[in-house]
Design a binder for this molecule. Structure first.
Ligand code: MEV
Length: 328
């Protein structure tokens, strides 16, 4: 039996625009997904996921595709989660040159599904790492990231960047632009506060919505480029350790993402609550549509304001996690 875990992440800047070759800066946070695998003899894949902020489910895959004895009504999110685990196991089989290997897989996660905290990337990275190690192969974090990206690309219909998967695999604060992925050194302490509305967005749909807007309106394409410019300013503020400037740019980024149609009433409400609570800045994180916001706040003000905000199901501080995927 082999267990690996990988961290979730927040986007300091750059989601959505990163899909079009602009830079993005995601940061790993100390909330993890864990995947335990055990090889089985019959070549089948059985997946149990009891703690994905959805009803727990158990699924068994055979040669003829998924057979779902314990899933009464597979929601689109559960379907997507199955696709991610299936894809991760395919990658592990490929990496270990064991195309017929079967596994019992158990997924547990502290990261809400589809809420902008990199849940799918964390599950995929942890599953690839655990399943390859179970087959006696140890992959460097960069290769886990690359294989996890291929899974996200497939499940998200070709509309994924390397940002989530690279960040969850290597940890810390990272910069991603197209295929150029790197860890950012000497990052200051970033006092993140996360607010979660209990909901989730559909990444594929949201990315497709931005694509359609960008194709229809030149000014939407300009908005995407403006996010890229903002990220470059943000990198300079990060290097300078200028938290006030980072906060101002987070507010600006949220406005541009709203213009692209990926915010929601609950995300806007939480962003404003965090700002009114004294945050230096606040923005949605991830694909949007519902889920989480991230604020920068050195005091308790933003978290307290979010604790009292109707529609905010949970608010928590999120420390930067300098470790990526790891054996447990
Ligand atoms: C989703 O977490 C982030 C997006 O930029 C999509 C991606 O980068 O793959 C919306």
């Amino acid at each position: 039996m082999t267990t690996s875990s990988a961290p979730g992440k927040v986007y300091l800047f750059g989601e959505h625009a990163v899909v079009y070759g602009e830079p993005a800066v995601p940061c790993a946070i100390e909330r993890r997904a864990s995947v335990t695998v055990e090889e089985r003899d019959d070549g089948r894949l059985s997946v149990e996921a009891a703690d994905l902020t959805l009803d727990g489910f158990t699924v068994t895959w055979g040669a003829d595709g998924p057979d779902r004895p314990d899933v009464d009504v597979p929601t689109p999110l559960v379907e997507a989660a199955m696709g991610y685990v299936d894809g991760a196991i395919e990658q592990a089989r490929d990496a270990a040159d064991r195309p017929d290997a079967g596994f019992d897989v158990t997924v547990s996660s502290e990261i809400p599904l589809g809420a902008g905290l990199g849940s799918s990337a964390a599950v995929v990275c942890a599953a690839i790492d655990a399943a390859t190690r179970e087959l006696g192969v140890s992959l460097p974090a960069e290769e886990v990231a690359d294989r996890a990206y291929r899974v996200e690309h497939e499940v998200q219909d070709g509309q994924a960047s390397r940002a989530d998967t690279f960040c969850c695999a290597v940890g810390g604060a990272v910069r991603v632009q197209g295929d150029d992925t790197r860890r950012i050194a000497d990052v200051p302490t970033l006092p993140f506060v996360v607010g979660y509305d209990g909901g989730a967005g559909d990444t594929g749909e949201l990315v497709a919505g931005v694509r359609a807007l960008r194709e229809e309106y030149g000014f939407a394409a300009d908005t995407v480029s403006a996010i890229g410019d903002l990220v470059r300013e943000g990198e300079a503020a990060l290097r300078a350790g200028d938290l006030e400037e980072l906060g101002r740019l987070m507010d600006f980024d949220h406005g541009l993402l709203s213009a692209l149609g990926v915010s929601s009433r609950s995300l806007d409400t939480m962003v404003w609550a965090a700002r009114e609570g004294g945050a230096l800045g606040a923005k949605l994180t991830g694909a949007g549509g519902g889920g989480c916001i991230v604020a920068l706040d050195e005091t308790d003000g933003a978290k307290t304001a979010l604790d009292y905000t109707p529609g905010c199901e949970e608010a928590f501080r999120a420390e930067l996690d300098t470790e990526g995927v790891r054996a447990e």
